[in-house]
Design a protein around this ligand. Structure first.
Ligand SMILES: Nc1ncnc2c1ncn2[C@@H]1O[C@H](COP(=O)(O)OP(=O)(O)OP(=O)(O)O)[C@@H](O)[C@H]1O
Length: 327
């Protein structure tokens, strides 16, 4: 398989100036500055193949942005190695940036006061995109990203959703093979998020662009990515399919039963009970250990039941528990 990114034992340490408090401390710091070291990424290795759509997730401060910055060549790793698209992202920066795209949800690459289209023309010059290719790509993106209504407006007048679509188009005009999306759906409403996901899916599946996607929204992951890398405190916690994480960790089920009258259900092995108002009991169990059918049959045999519903752990809940308890 064609490897697009290979990184090995990546480590990033930030040197932080530790300023003592007060005027004297400030003066002392000028003469003998004191530093401390912050380990943002401790040991991360993975390989990404052409055509992959990889969700790169972790709790706040886990080291996602730092890793993405190393992969895009913005930051140099303290230790470890990266080869991406056959080159060294930092040493061969010029060659590398011509082949990659990066979309940062928190930061626009468009000029605030210029109409969107003018920023696009500027990028055409920077990337030296031939007119015919540029016009064709622009027409295609204007259509798919529904930009015709605002493409001539200055960026500062756009809504967040419009700005994000324009930013995505801007980062793709030079037809990169590999695109990094760093929280592209942050702050968007459900419809706007859906449009972005649809477009990234199209990019990955129809245009075979390799996608690395960081987000805190698990719907992004479920709808866009096949593979998931979870990092925690600068280390890789999980690397596998999205389906795999659901089948491995998503066995927890809840059966919510409303009884006709206050019910006392005997303890059932492997099942925990929580009493709720209106004669409702919530039974929690692992589908590995207890079959739903057996549990329902046992309850119906002994009690008059008004209503039954069952809930499964969604990916959101699975990931929350992994962040809280580890793997
Ligand atoms: N330039 C920097 N100088 C010092 N420390 C930094 C710097 N950049 C990041 N860090 C620290 O490194 C750790 C990892 O930060 P990073 O931004 O990579 O996390 P993240 O997973 O992207 O978090 P979030 O989801 O909140 O964006 C944090 O503790 C952060 O404070």
């Amino acid at each position: 398989m064609d490897t697009v990114i290979e990184c090995s034992a990546l480590k990033k340490e930030f040197k932080i100036n530790k300023r003592p408090k007060g005027f004297l401390g400030h003066m002392a710091n000028l003469i003998v500055p004191k530093f401390e070291y912050k380990q943002a990424v401790s040991d991360i290795s993975f390989r990404i193949n052409r055509g992959d759509a990889v969700g790169f997730i972790g709790a706040n401060g886990a080291g996602k942005s730092t890793t993405i910055k190393m992969l895009t060549g913005i930051l140099a790793p303290t230790e470890g190695s990266i080869t991406a698209l056959g080159v060294h992202p930092q040493k061969d920066r010029k060659q590398y940036v011509a082949k990659i795209g990066a979309v940062f949800g928190q930061k626009s690459q468009l000029s605030w006061d210029l109409p969107v289209l003018d920023s696009f023309y500027l990028l055409q010059k920077i990337y030296q995109i031939p007119d015919q290719q540029f016009n064709q790509t622009l027409e295609q993106f204007t259509d798919i990203l529904d930009m015709s209504g605002f493409i001539e407006q200055p960026v500062r007048q756009l809504s967040l959703g419009q700005r994000m679509r324009a930013d995505i188009a801007a980062s793709l005009l030079h037809k990169p093979e590999l695109v990094f999306f760093d929280e592209p759906t942050i702050g968007l409403d459900v419809v706007a998020k859906e449009k972005i996901r649809e477009f990234v899916r199209y990019l990955n599946r129809e245009m075979q662009v390799t996608v690395i996607f960081t987000t805190h929204d698990m719907q992004d992951i479920e709808q866009v990515c096949q593979r998931l890398i979870i990092i925690d405190k600068g280390r890789k916690l999980y690397d596998g399919t999205v389906e795999g994480i659901k089948s491995t960790f998503g066995n927890e089920k809840k059966l919510i039963v409303q009884f006709e009258s206050p019910a006392c259900v005997y303890s059932i092995p492997g099942v925990s009970q929580k009493l709720k108002p209106n004669h409702v009991i919530e039974f929690s169990f692992s589908s590995d250990q207890v079959a739903v059918k057996d549990l329902v049959q046992a309850l119906l045999a002994e009690h008059a039941v008004l209503d039954i519903s069952i809930t499964e752990q969604g990916i959101e809940q699975i990931i929350r528990e992994i962040y809280e308890k580890g793997i």
